[in-house]
Design a protein around this ligand. Structure first.
Ligand code: IRN
Ligand code: FE2
Length: 566
C-alpha cells in the first residue's frame, strides 16, 4: 500500500454479533479444504440456528488485538484454491479462465463448491445456472481474500451496499470501517464509489480487507483523471483505469455501455432527465463529440480485459428513470434492448454479466421490468436500485425503495442495491449504512420467503416460536438487528426478569393475546378439545374474562411498571 496515505486505517468494528458465534464448515475442495462461513445463533432452549454470514473474520475476533494487520490485509485464502486450465470460448480462442467459461465446459470450480455449500445447493445445479448465464460468481483472480457469493434468481436474493468518499467528506479509515460495518449487518457485496482524492489508495485498503465481492464504476475514476471534464475522456484513459482496477482485484464493474448517442434525446423531455451519474457522463461525451459511446464501440476489447481477470460486467442503467413520471419510458427500454445485445457479446467472450435496473417505478409497473430484462438479456441476473415506489418521501427513501425492492425481487431480481435514508439528500454515514443494509435484508428475505427459497422460512419459524414462548433473548438474537430489538424492548421493560416474563410490553401481563393462546392450547390438550369450534368457544370465554379483568382493573392500557414486573 502507498506510504503516502496520511490517515492509515487503525481500527474497525470487531466482535461477534450479539448472541451468536462465527463458524466455518470444512468441505472438500479439489486442492484441499475450503472453509465455508456461517453464523450460529444459540438459543436458550439448547437449540441453535445457523444463518448465512457475510461478515468475514471480523465477527470472529473477540477483540481488536486479534484483528489481522489491516495494512497487510485478510489472509489470501483463495490463492490456494484449484485453478483449472483455461478453456476455449466462441470469441477469442483458447484462453478463458472465467467461471462462465469453466461452467460451460462442465468444470465444477472450487468457487462453485463453496457457494453451493454456503447456500445448500448441489454443485452441479450451481454449475448449470452459471453456464446458462442465469447466475454469476463475481470473483477476480486478484481478489484472493474473497469468500465467493453467487448472484442469480435461483439463489437467495443478495444486497449491495454502496460506500465511498467524495471530494468533500470522509477519510480512507471511515470507508474501510463502512465496508466492515456493511458486511457485518449482511451486505453481500459492496461498491466503492469513491471520487475525489486518494481513490486508488482507498480502494486498495478496501480490497485487501474485504471478504465480499467489491464493485466499482470505473468511469468515475477516469473522470477524475481528466479533472472532471467528461468531454476530455478517451477510450485509452478509460481502458487504463479499468486495467488498474482489475489489477487491484475489483470483482465487478458497472459499465454504462448502453447509453447510445441516439438515445440521449429520448431523455430530453423527461421530468428528471438522466439521473445516473455514469449515464450522464457518457451522454455528455456522446453529445460533445457527436460520436457513438467509446464503451459501445470498444466493447469487445473491454470483454477481453475483463475476461483476463474474471471480472463480471454489471451493465449500467444510464437511462434509468429518476422519477415515477419517467418509469418504463422509451429511453429506459431502448437502453435495455442494447444491454441485451451486449449481454450476448460478453458471454461469447466467456465474461459473466449482470444487468442493472431502476430506479423510480410505481408498484404496478415493476414486474414488467423483470419480464423484459429476462426476455432481452437471456435471464442474466438483474441488479436493481430499489426501485422507489414513490417520490414523495425524501429522508425515508430506504423505505420507499424497499417497497419496490421487495416486489422486484419477488419477480426474479437477483441483487438489490440498497438505498439509505440519505438518498437524494447527502452521503450516508455509518448509521445510515446499517439502516440501509437492514432495510434491504428485510426486502431480500421477504422475497426469498415468497419465492419459497429452501430454508428461508426456518428463521421466521424459529423467531416466531421464540416470540410465542416468551423467549425474549432468542427473539432478539434471531432478529436481523439484535441490538436495536433489545434496546427497544429495554426502553419499556428494562429489568432482566422482564426478558423471561410470559407477557410482552405491548399488552402487559393481564391481557396478552399470546399468553391467552398458550393457555388455550394447554386447555385444549387437557380437555381433549379438538375442533376449531371447541377452541374458539374457549378463546371467546377467555377473552370475555380478560376484558372484564381489564375493565375491573380500571381500564388502563398502560399499567405501572411495578405491576408489570410481577
Ligand atoms: C444499481 C442498479 N442500477 C444502478 N445501480 C447502482 O447505482 C450502481 O451499481 C452504482 O453502485 C450506483 C450508481 O450508478 P450510476 O448513477 O453511475 O448509474
Ligand atoms: Fe433517485
Amino acid at each position: 500500500m502507498s506510504p503516502s496515505v496520511s490517515a492509515p486505517v487503525d481500527t474497525v468494528t470487531v466482535g461477534p454479533i450479539e448472541g451468536s458465534e462465527k463458524g466455518y464448515r470444512a468441505i472438500a475442495g479439489s486442492n484441499g479444504t475450503l472453509r465455508v462461513p456461517f453464523r450460529r445463533i444459540s438459543l436458550t432452549n439448547g437449540d441453535h440456528h445457523d444463518v448465512y454470514d457475510t461478515s468475514g473474520p471480523y465477527t470472529q475476533y473477540a477483540s481488536e488485538d486479534q484483528l489481522h494487520d489491516l495494512q497487510a490485509g485478510l489472509p489470501k485464502t483463495r490463492d490456494e484454491w484449484a485453478k483449472p486450465e483455461p478453456v476455449a470460448t466462441e470469441n477469442g480462442g483458447a484462453g478463458a479462465r472465467t467461471q462462465l467459461a469453466w461452467a460451460r465446459a462442465g468444470v465444477i470450480t472450487d468457487e462453485i463448491r463453496f457457494v453451493a455449500a454456503r447456500e445448500g445447493f448441489d454443485p452441479e445445479f450451481v454449475r448449470a445456472e452459471v453456464a446458462a448465464g442465469r447466475a454469476v460468481i463475481p470473483a477476480n483472480h486478484k481478489h484472493p481474500e474473497l469468500e465467493p457469493a453467487i448472484i442469480g434468481k435461483a439463489f437467495a436474493v443478495k444486497i449491495n451496499a454502496n460506500i465511498g468518499n467524495s471530494a468533500v467528506t470522509s477519510s480512507i479509515g471511515e470507508e474501510v470501517e463502512k465496508m466492515v460495518w456493511a458486511t457485518r449487518w449482511g451486505g453481500d457485496t459492496i461498491m466503492d464509489l469513491s471520487t475525489g482524492k486518494d481513490i486508488h489508495e482507498t480502494r486498495e485498503w478496501i480490497m485487501r480487507n474485504s471478504p465480499v465481492p467489491v464493485g466499482t464504476v470505473p468511469i468515475y475514476q477516469a473522470l477524475e483523471k481528466v479533472k472532471g471534464d467528461p468531454t476530455k475522456l478517451t477510450w485509452e484513459i478509460y481502458r487504463d483505469t479499468v486495467i488498474e482496477q482489475c489489477e487491484q482485484g475489483v470483482d465487478y464493474m458497472t459499465v454504462h455501455a448502453g447509453v447510445l448517442l441516439r438515445y440521449v434525446p429520448l431523455a430530453a423531455n423527461r421530468v428528471t432527465g438522466i439521473v445516473s451519474r455514469g449515464g450522464s457522463i457518457m451522454a455528455a461525451w456522446c453529445l460533445a463529440h457527436h460520436e457513438e459511446s467509446f464503451l459501445y464501440t470498444h466493447f469487445g476489447e473491454l470483454c477481453e480485459i475483463l475476461r483476463e481477470y474474471d471480472v463480471t460486467f454489471s451493465l449500467g442503467d444510464g437511462l434509468r428513470p429518476g422519477s415515477i413520471a419517467d418509469a418504463n419510458d422509451e429511453a429506459q427500454f431502448a437502453e435495455l434492448r442494447t444491454l441485451g445485445e451486449l449481454t450476448k457479446i460478453a458471454k461469447s467472450y466467456g465474461v459473466q454479466v449482470m444487468i442493472e435496473g431502476p430506479g423510480h417505478v410505481p408498484m404496478h409497473k415493476i414486474v414488467e421490468n423483470v419480464r423484459l430484462e429476462e426476455e432481452l438479456c437471456e435471464e442474466a441476473p438483474f441488479y436493481t436500485l430499489g426501485p422507489l415506489a414513490t417520490d414523495i418521501a425524501p429522508a425515508y427513501d430506504h423505505i420507499t425503495s424497499a417497497i419496490g425492492a421487495a416486489i422486484i425481487a419477488q419477480a426474479g431480481t437477483a441483487m438489490l442495491c440498497y438505498v439509505t435514508p440519505k438518498e437524494h439528500l447527502g452521503l450516508p454515514n455509518r448509521d445510515d449504512v446499517k439502516t440501509g443494509v437492514i432495510t434491504y435484508k428485510i426486502a431480500a428475505h421477504s422475497a426469498d420467503l415468497a419465492k419459497g427459497h429452501p430454508g428461508a422460512q426456518s428463521r421466521d419459524d424459529e423467531l416466531s416460536k421464540a416470540r410465542f414462548e416468551f423467549r425474549w433473548v432468542d427473539q432478539f438474537n434471531l432478529s436481523l438487528d439484535p441490538d436495536t430489538a433489545r434496546e427497544f424492548h429495554d426502553e419499556t421493560l428494562p429489568a432482566e426478569p422482564a426478558k423471561t416474563a410470559h407477557f410482552c410490553s405491548m399488552c402487559g401481563p393481564k391481557f396478552c393475546s399470546m399468553r391467552i393462546s398458550a393457555d388455550v392450547r394447554a386447555y385444549a390438550q387437557e380437555h381433549n378439545l379438538v375442533t376449531q369450534e371447541d377452541i374458539a368457544a374457549k378463546l371467546a370465554a377467555d377473552m370475555a374474562e380478560k376484558s372484564k379483568e381489564f375493565t375491573d382493573a380500571g381500564g388502563r392500557v398502560y399499567i405501572p411498571l411495578e405491576t408489570a414486573q410481577r
